[in-house]
Design a protein around this ligand. Sequence first.
Ligand code: PCA
Length: 210
Amino acid sequence: MRAMPDLRVLVTGFEPFGGDSVNPSWLVAQHLSRASIAGVQVQAVQLPCVFGLSAQVLVQSLAQHQPDVVLALGLAQGREGISIERVAINVDDARIPDNVGQQPIDTPVVPGGPAAYFSTLPIKRLAQGLQQAGHPVNISQTAGTFVCNHVFYALQHHLQGQRVMSGFVHLPALPEQAARAGRPTPPSMDLAAQVAAVQQLLALCVVHWA
Ligand code: PCA
């Protein structure tokens, strides 16, 4: 086993989509790449909000960085707090077009792949740890069927059988995004609170990596 400071941690975030000008998932990933967490340096990679290409960029970054821990982040308007995803399903079913206008319906992420993959992050321990530290957190049973689930499935498919801890976490809207979404105003969390919570989550991942 490698000593903790030698662990390699990759965090991904998405570019804005659906008419937004920012995506908290990328802002959080960028912040984390500037800090070291429990002595571990974090690499951040931005993914396009595009079916297919997002998974290609992800797989290239896995090859480039050879991480031990991968945390993929995305925005989910309407979610309260940090939403730790349990499962990725083999379905693309887009409610809105992606950033190049693709809108797959009832299409597999990986033709012939298993119906689903579970997160290999210790999701319950992460949720408990965040809760104890006072961060709003819950475990989610669905990452949806848009580009986030697509990336989550591609991540778990690519890393299956490897000794890498990987998973997906949805973040709530930023207050300014929520305010633009109309009434009733969806839940939100400011950027500093999101960064602090995900930083704590990564620190817990590093502690539980063994
Ligand atoms: N959220 C979208 C895709 C990119 C993002 O940040 C989703 O939940 O699928």
